[in-house]
Design a protein around this ligand. Structure first.
Ligand SMILES: NC(=O)C1=CN([C@@H]2O[C@H](COP(=O)(O)OP(=O)(O)OC[C@H]3O[C@@H](n4cnc5c(N)ncnc54)[C@H](O)[C@@H]3O)[C@@H](O)[C@H]2O)C=CC1
Ligand SMILES: NCC(=O)COP(=O)(O)O
Length: 334
């Protein structure tokens, strides 16, 4: 029997736990692959009752999760009880949130789970308690590095119609021009090209590189980064045989006809990448980390505190993340 997916608890005051319950309820209709959630079983049982979902909870270790999954939601217990109320994060839960991610990675390295799927975390409460990483992506890179793996994890948001990679991610917009270097763009594109080939089975990935400035700088008249930083990166990538092109004006890069010309867009900053895909496919896009030695996916959205505990959270993106993780993990195992 193959290993189940490890699903993290995420921020317990957000919608993650509700999504996990709903994904389990929908397991047959949506062909959800078996998963175990690393969480506080009592918290999940209470939430399930409050939401009227009546999900049976099976407290277990990873080894038995797969066989339990058809009849109950397998929960790998954390040693810490969750204190948060829906919509109101509690800083005291931060260690459990972090531990859930760390153990999911540990189980996956041990082969007890096949991939890591993360529920959304809220960055601010974790940063307040001294967690130094601006998101899962960076933290997973550090965990991989501690085990001798690569240190440049790359965020990609993916759906059937579009894939986007932000070269710079969780930094202030004002810091983007200084953070963008030819080397960073080249390194990111190499990882994207390699992972699209090996994990997504795209034979020769076509990478469209977005410009930074309006009209990709208009030959230097509206900003110099496109000409001086991005263009040399594209040239270097082409020279090493990667099908990169650009820089293209970002405003006309995402309409339906333009999307036919590439497999992925390398965007220069967070919102340039995430606005188009979340507009196109908020309910089915998946966040997948490239460049790691294990598979990690996540829904595209955040903790949605405004609707937590109300039964209104849509599990579609989490279900898409679970399915993509299972598919990529199966390929990796071959
Ligand atoms: N992978 C992760 O851990 C991510 C975490 N976040 C974190 O989430 C927190 C909140 O971020 P926001 O910008 O407010 O984005 P958000 O995605 O949490 O919410 C934006 C809007 O979409 C709605 N929404 C989101 N997911 C939904 C779902 N599954 N079903 C129905 N409605 C849904 C929310 O109710 C809200 O109105 C922040 O602390 C941010 O750092 C944001 C994105 C990804
Ligand atoms: N906006 C994407 C996001 O916040 C997800 O970040 P990460 O937790 O996957 O690094």
């Amino acid at each position: 029997m193959s290993a189940p997916l490890a699903l993290t608890m995420g921020e317990p005051a957000g919608i993650g736990p509700e999504l996990a319950l709903k994904a389990w309820v929908d397991r047959q209709g949506s062909h959800v692959p078996p998963f175990a959630i690393l969480a506080d079983p009592d918290h999940l049982a209470t939430l399930s009752r409050q939401l009227g979902l009546a999900v049976p909870i099976a407290v277990t270790e990873a080894d038995r999760a797969q066989e339990l999954f058809p009849l109950a939601l397998p929960v790998i217990p954390l040693d810490m009880a969750v204190l948060a109320e829906p919509g109101i994060p509690n800083a005291a839960d931060a260690p459990a949130v972090i531990e859930s991610i760390r153990r999911a990675v540990e189980l996956t390295y041990a082969g007890k789970t096949s991939a890591v799927v993360t529920n959304p975390i809220a960055k601010a409460p974790l940063l307040r308690v001294g967690f130094p990483h601006p998101g899962h992506t960076d933290y997973l890179g550090v965990l991989a590095e501690q085990r001798g793996g690569p240190s440049i994890p790359v965020m990609m948001l993916w759906c059937e119609d579009l894939a986007v990679v932000p070269v710079t991610v969780h930094i202030p917009l004002a810091a983007v021009p200084a953070a963008l270097t030819t080397d960073l763009i080249v390194q990111t594109a190499r990882i994207v090209a390699a992972d699209l080939r090996t994990r997504f089975h795209v034979r020769k990935p076509r990478i469209a590189v977005a410009g930074l400035n309006p009209h990709a700088g208009e030959e230097g008249a509206i900003g110099l980064e496109d000409r001086d930083i991005i263009e040399p990166a594209v040239q270097a990538l082409v020279q090493e045989g990667i099908a990169a092109s650009g820089p293209f004006p970002a405003d006309t890069l995402f309409h339906a006809a333009a999307r036919e010309n590439y497999d992925v867009v390398l965007a220069m900053y967070h919102d340039q990448a995430l606005i188009p895909i979340k507009t196109l496919a908020f309910d089915r896009a998946v966040n997948v980390t490239l460049g790691l030695p294990f598979v990690r996916t996540s829904p595209d959205h955040g903790t949605a505190f405004d609707i937590a505990g109300q039964g209104r959270a849509d599990p579609s993106s989490l279900i898409a993340a679970l399915k993509l993780a299972a598919k990529l993990a199966a390929r990796q195992a071959l």
